[in-house]
Write a protein that binds this ligand. Structure first.
Ligand code: NAD
Length: 453
């Protein structure tokens, strides 16, 4: 069936009001949950084929995430979808004001390949929970996971409710010409602009979950062992192909030597060796070639080796890096960590301010003045103090970027709100209203209304 027809069927299905029923939404969320559990092995195999991601990482960073999301909405759907009373101002007394969360209608979700299940299914779960119909276009770059999701969903869901559309740039271009009620896109800033432009043609609102260069700063007042362990984990998880991975490290010069040694020890301890089942591969040749060009041989402190056939790049640390170096020009999105030493904390914050606003930022310190300055000065989507990445695992925090790193957010109740319209309604009593706003006007009414308003 043509995708245009599927969308038209979805529109008719949405108009039938079926998806507005909370019980209906819960039945399908439960169904998706059982399908994921039943097909867990198939999902692991697909992502392992795509880029060697281990079962452990796939479970902790994707499957558990998605299951937790479903549980969140199953538990909170009744309260999230209830109309919410707000205060009514004096001019509208006697009246009641309410917000009615209204599903938007037909949603397009475009996914990225690097966390293929989480980044495709999490937005869908929020969209279905909010009462919408949905078309998912996963990333064709992770082909096996795309096919696995299409198989599981298309064989078990009515296409007029939820449908996975497989394809690459041509198919996405075709999809973007259709009119959706919102588009939720995860991917690069470059493609985000293409999506935004196409959406503008239909005045379609968008959520753009993009990337950028996320800094991590470590000062001499940090717990250095904890910082090194968490940074090595967060940077080299998924071989650095994580949108919120620390992109580059800013380290206070007086502790640089000691800290670099700790990083090296954790890389060794975590056994990110060639051939290790626990260390993810680079997704494809194109990204592999892009990444190895960023490894300046003169500046390698640790790692730097790679294997083209296996698309493996060792965890690599570059030192003596300048802001002008190639590795500092664009988001790295791979297992290469450039390190820049600094002497003055406030000056280094100013350097971050000169770059685009990042998706995430991280600070390791126990100094409250540094924490305060960091929070006050730097604008970023979300982040952590004394950790990396973990902020996005708390469903009570909205996840999204700012400026070049994105528009809008999701997770938990924020996801539900992203896919809902807050219909604002005032209900008036039909009695007890003074006559002063109605014509014919008089000087007396004018002086009353001036006092009143
Ligand atoms: P990408 O922008 O290349 O692709 C994303 C999606 O867009 C894919 O489904 C692809 O098919 C489609 N696409 C690609 N080119 C297109 C075109 N010309 N026209 C229409 N559609 C097109 O991104 P990617 O390589 O999959 O992911 C890497 C980027 O995504 C990084 O920048 C990363 O930081 C970012 N990212 C952000 C988040 C987030 O949650 N903020 C999560 C993961 C990745």
């Amino acid at each position: 069936m043509e995708i245009r027809e599927i969308l038209s069927d979805q529109r008719a299905f949405f108009q039938s009001q079926k998806t507005k029923n909370i019980k209906f939404r819960k039945i399908y969320l439960e169904k998706l949950k059982s399908l994921i559990i039943q097909n867990e092995e198939l999902l692991y195999e697909a992502v392992y084929k795509d880029f060697g991601k281990s079962k452990f990482d796939t479970f902790t960073t994707e499957i558990s995430f998605v299951l937790k999301d479903i549980d969140y909405y199953l538990k909170n759907l009744n309260s999230l979808s209830k109309p919410r009373r707000v205060k009514t101002n004096l001019a509208n007394q006697l009246g009641k004001s309410r917000l009615y969360p209204d599903p938007l209608g037909c949603i397009l979700v475009i996914g990225a390949w690097n966390y293929p299940y989480q980044l495709s299914l999490s937005p869908i779960i929020a969209a279905l929970a909010a009462g919408n119909c949905c078309i998912l276009k996963p990333s064709e770059i992770a082909e096996n996971t795309m096919k696995a999701m299409a198989k599981i969903i298309n064989e078990n869901f009515p296409p007029e409710y939820l449908y996975v559309f497989e394809g690459g740039i041509d198919e996405t271009t075709q999809l973007l010409k259709l009119k959706f009620d919102t588009i939720f896109f995860t991917g690069s800033t470059k493609v985000g602009k293409i999506v935004y432009k196409a959406a503008a043609e239909n005045l379609t609102p968008v959520t753009l979950e993009l990337g950028g260069k996320s800094p991590v700063i470590v000062t001499k007042d940090a717990d250095l062992q904890v910082a090194a362990k968490r940074i090595v984990w967060g940077k080299f998880l998924n071989a650095g192909q994580t949108c919120v991975a620390p992109d580059y490290l800013l380290i206070e010069e007086s502790v640089q030597e000691q800290f670099l040694e700790m990083l090296r020890n954790y890389i060794k301890e975590f056994k990110y060796d060639p051939g290790s089942e626990q260390y993810t591969r680079i997704i494809n040749q194109r990204n592999f070639q892009r990444l190895i060009k960023l490894i300046d041989k003169e500046k390698i402190y640790d790692g730097g080796k790679y294997n083209e056939d296996k698309l493996y790049i060792e965890p690599t640390i570059l030192t003596q890096v300048n802001w002008e170096d190639d590795a500092m020009q664009e988001e790295i999105f791979g297992p290469i960590l450039p390190v820049i030493a600094f002497q003055n904390f406030n000056i280094v914050l100013n350097s971050i301010l000169e770059l685009e606003k990042p998706l995430s930022a991280y600070l390791f310190t126990n100094n409250s003045e540094e924490k305060e300055n960091f929070m006050q000065k730097i604008s970023f989507g979300g982040g952590c103090i004394n950790d990396v990445i973990m902020h996005l695992s708390n469903e009570n925090l909205p996840f999204g970027g700012i400026g070049n790193s994105g528009i809008g957010n999701y997770h938990g109740k924020y996801g539900f709100e992203t896919f809902s319209h807050q219909k604002a309604v005032l209900e008036r009593a039909t009695w007890g209203e003074p006559n002063i706003k109605y014509p014919p006007y008089s000087e007396k009414k004018f002086s009353w209304i001036k006092r009143f308003l």
